[in-house]
Every structure is written in structure tokens, then in C-alpha cells.
Design a protein around this ligand. Structure first.
Ligand code: AP5
Length: 222
């Protein structure tokens, strides 16, 4: 279990959760826990959970709480999370939020901050459909907003193979936006009620959002 801090990044597809979580790892030594990445790894490995999740993810809907919670609890039991975590894409339902509260309370902890990345839905379609990642190290890029410094080679590892996600079509992104508004956006009020909510306007540049998040992490971990 993480000692501290426990940060949550909330926001619709394309809001920048993964991009910013990876930067927070670099800046603060926290560990990114992305349930999307964990589920994609389960799909790629062909586990029972992955086989159940695959079609649901491709349709842009939410995977069941029991599958997601099992995968997340497993990951949170690893020793590397002791320096603190950034939850990217979790929780996404009221059930997941309640389960997280219980898990943390059992360990004498609580959520340190829940950051809502606030963006315009329509811009998210362009953000998500232009996204690609390095096939070797997973570094994220965008056709328009974040290209590698040297065309065709990853800035981080030099890899030359890139990939795009199966669920990044405009149609599926609309489904994912609907799922976000119906099932995840209500969690903003949940964390406001716990007095740990931070709202961050996230339509600016990646660097400007990074600076706002660094301020928040510095403040809440002081
Ligand atoms: P998941 O992998 O979590 O996807 P998502 O929430 O839809 O979020 P994205 O990864 O699309 O966006 P992001 O906010 O991380 O944006 P990014 O930083 O990449 O989930 C996928 C699926 O798995 C779900 O649909 C569901 O089926 C399942 N799932 C996962 N977790 C679950 C859970 N807890 N419960 C149930 N089901 C679950 O940025 C996007 C692009 O924009 C990048 O190219 C980036 O370079 C660019 N960019 C980022 N910030 C900026 C900026 N400020 N300006 C310009 N460009 C930017």
C-alpha cells in the first residue's frame, strides 16, 4: 500500500491524465497506476479478465467493477507503490470510489487530492484520435500537439515503432465521453465532499497543466 500521497486524476478521454501522470512520476517519484494500461496488458496477455474486458473496451464502455478492482488491488500490493501513487483513470464509478475509500481506510490512509482536469468535450475527439505511443517504452505523442523532436524516433528511448489504440476512433471516443459524464463525473462531487477536490483548467498547453499540477502536488504533500 502507498504511504503517501494518493493522487487521483479525473477527466474525460483525452483530458491528459496519462500524459500528466507520467510527468508527475518524473517530477515527484510517484508511481502511475493506470487501470486502462493494466486492462490493456491483461487483454494482450489473454488472461480471463482480459478476455472479458476486450469487447467492452472496444465498445467504449466501462469494464465491470469486480474486474477493475481485482486488477487494481493486485497492483497496489506491489512494494513500489510505497512512495505514493497517481491513480489515472480510477475510480470511474461510485462503486470504485467507495471501494478505494475502504481500501485506504483499512490501511489508515485517505485520498490526498482528486484533481479534475477540466476540458471541452469536442476538443477531446481531436486529441484522442491524433494520439499515438512509442511501441517500445509507451511514451505518448500526438500528430499535432506533441511530436517527437526527431521525426520517427521516440524522444525517450529512440524506438522507431509507434502504435495507436483500437478504441481511439471518433465513434468510440463519443461513447467513452458519454460513459464519463454518466458514471465518472459524479465523483467530482464525492471528492468535493471529502474536501480533497482540485479543479484544473486543462485546455492550455501540456507544460501549463504540468506547472499547475506541480503546484498542487507540492502543496498537498508538504
Ligand atoms: P483509459 O486508458 O483510462 O482511457 P481514457 O480515460 O479514455 O483516457 P485516455 O487515455 O484516452 O486519455 P488521457 O486523459 O489519458 O489523455 P492523454 O494523456 O493520453 O481507459 C480505456 C478503457 O479502459 C475505458 O474506455 C474502459 O473501457 C476501460 N477502463 C479503464 N479504467 C477503467 C475503470 N476504472 N473502470 C472501468 N473501465 C475502465 O492525452 C491524449 C492526447 O492528447 C495525447 O496524444 C497527448 O499527447 C495529447 N495531450 C494531452 N494533454 C494535452 C494538452 N494540454 N494540449 C494538447 N494535447 C494534449
Amino acid at each position: 500500500m502507498p504511504v503517501a500521497p494518493v493522487l487521483i486524476l479525473l477527466g474525460p478521454p483525452g483530458a491528459g491524465k496519462g500524459t500528466q501522470a507520467r510527468m508527475l512520476e518524473e517530477d515527484f517519484g510517484l508511481v502511475q497506476l493506470s487501470t486502462g494500461d493494466l486492462l490493456r496488458a491483461a487483454v494482450a496477455a489473454g488472461t480471463e479478465a482480459g478476455r472479458k474486458a476486450k469487447a467492452v473496451m472496444e465498445a467504449g464502455q466501462l469494464v465491470s467493477d469486480d474486474i477493475v478492482l481485482a486488477i487494481l488491488k493486485d497492483r497496489m500490493a506491489a512494494p513500489d507503490v510505497a512512495s505514493g501513487i497517481i491513480l489515472d483513470g480510477f475510480p470511474r464509478t461510485a462503486g470504485q470510489a467507495a471501494a478505494l475509500d475502504t481500501l485506504l481506510a483499512d490501511a489508515g490512509q485517505r485520498v490526498t487530492a482528486a484533481v479534475s482536469l477540466e476540458v471541452d468535450d469536442e476538443a477531446m475527439i481531436a486529441r484522442v484520435s491524433g494520439r499515438y505511443t512509442c511501441g517500445t517504452c509507451g511514451e505518448g505523442y500526438h500528430d499535432q500537439f506533441k511530436q517527437p523532436a526527431k521525426a520517427g524516433a521516440c524522444d525517450k528511448c529512440g524506438g522507431t515503432a509507434f502504435k495507436r489504440r483500437a478504441d481511439d476512433t471518433a465513434e468510440t471516443v463519443r461513447e467513452r465521453l458519454n460513459a464519463y459524464h454518466a458514471q465518472t463525473a459524479p465523483l467530482i462531487a464525492h471528492y468535493d465532499g471529502q474536501s480533497v477536490l482540485e479543479r484544473v483548467p486543462a485546455m492550455g498547453s501540456i507544460a501549463s497543466v504540468r506547472a499547475m499540477l506541480a503546484d498542487i502536488v507540492g502543496r498537498v504533500s508538504a
